[in-house]
Design a protein around this ligand. Structure first.
Ligand code: NAI
Length: 308
């Protein structure tokens, strides 16, 4: 069945350029009414302009779709609330939120100022928190919501010069993991996208031919499956250049060390077994991990009592 968003309302943050622009156009093409949010600043977050978001609105209208632009800075909750209020006044619902807005302030940690660290955290983490918070009760009452976070391999695996960005991109996964549990009973599903695309964010970080070849539209195709009615829940979809895969946090089986032998030396000496990756499992919640661990620990402690 073709994926359609007819009758749905979507907010896409950072939709004036790059991936957000592609997401907004694709959602509109498939029938969604779209709020094209963009502060319109430079790649480092400085400045503001409505030109780029207005152009996306005009493109959507030219293809017969419905869209409005809003220049909310996602890091400012009052501005985000105003955007959501305007959306509700115009269309009365919010079905989809794509947390996409982002900036870069790359420097090695030694040279990075705390202001550069905080601004990147504010836009990516608090931006996603603010927008999600502003639509959360609406989605709960509607008993329907699809939210996409935008993470990055820099957050999941690290990247030189991106301690601020990496910390922020990992934080949005932590946000997703808990909101998935809290939103489940109200049919709110949350997934994350880890894109690779040629945009102004990556134009001087990737070779020119890669920038050209890695079209945002290939990422958007994956994003649309994450906000469809039949969307999965709590997945991290890595997408770029037509390649799609998923990332997960795994835990090894590890080992238990008897009480009398617990020491830093014993942990060191068992390091290979503790970190052996052959029996690792993806975990779906902290509570599930806790329960599993308590059961294993109880069984281990019981076996210790029996053998002593
Ligand atoms: P981009 O720089 O082309 O677009 C980002 C947009 O966000 C811009 O239009 C900008 O004005 C807007 N924006 C920035 N701060 C804002 C704020 N405070 N409030 C509202 N809008 C704001 O970048 P690109 O590549 O399209 O990135 C989109 C998302 O994908 C970002 O979250 C980025 O971190 C993430 N990402 C991109 C990758 C890539 O390969 N392009 C790789 C991994 C993650």
């Amino acid at each position: 069945m073709t994926i359609s968003f007819a009758g749905q309302v979507a907010i896409v943050t950072g939709a004036g350029n790059g991936l957000g622009r592609s997401h907004a156009l694709a959602l509109a093409k498939r029938g969604a009414k779209v709020v094209v949010n963009d502060l319109g600043g430079a790649r480092d977050g400085s400045g503001a302009s409505s030109a780029a978001s207005q152009e996306v609105v005009e493109l959507i209208q030219a293809m017969g779709g419905e869209a409005i632009s809003h220049g909310a800075n996602v890091a400012n909750f009052d501005e985000v609330q105003d955007m959501v209020q305007q959306t509700m006044d115009k269309w009365g619902r919010v079905d989809i939120l794509i947390n996409n807005a982002g900036i870069l302030r790359d420097k090695s940690f030694s040279k990075m100022t705390l202001d550069d660290f905080k601004l990147v955290m504010d836009v990516h983490v608090m931006g996603s928190v603010n927008c999600t918070k502003a639509v959360w009760e609406i989605m709960k009452q509607q008993h329907y919501g699809r939210i996409v976070m935008t993470t990055s391999s820099s957050g999941m695996y690290g990247n030189f010069g991106q301690s601020n960005y990496g910390a922020a991109k990992m934080a949005v996964l932590g946000l997703m993991n808990t909101l998935v549990l809290e939103g489940a009973k109200n049919n709110i599903r949350i997934n994350a996208l880890a894109p690779t695309a040629g945009t102004r964010m990556t134009e001087d970080l990737m070779p020119e031919e890669i920038v050209k070849a890695f079209a945002p539209e290939a990422v958007t195709a994956g994003m649309l499956t994450l906000c469809d009615e039949a969307a999965p829940n709590r997945f991290i979809l890595c997408a770029g250049a037509g390649g799609y895969s998923s990332a997960s946090i795994f835990e090894t089986d590890g080992c238990f060390i008897p009480t009398a032998k617990q020491s830093p030396e014993a942990v060191r000496d068992n390091w290979n077994q503790i970190t052996a990756q052959d029996n690792q499992k993806a975990l779906v919640s902290g509570a599930q991990q806790g329960e599993k661990f308590i059961m294993k620990a109880m069984a281990f402690m019981k076996s210790q009592t029996v053998s002593s």
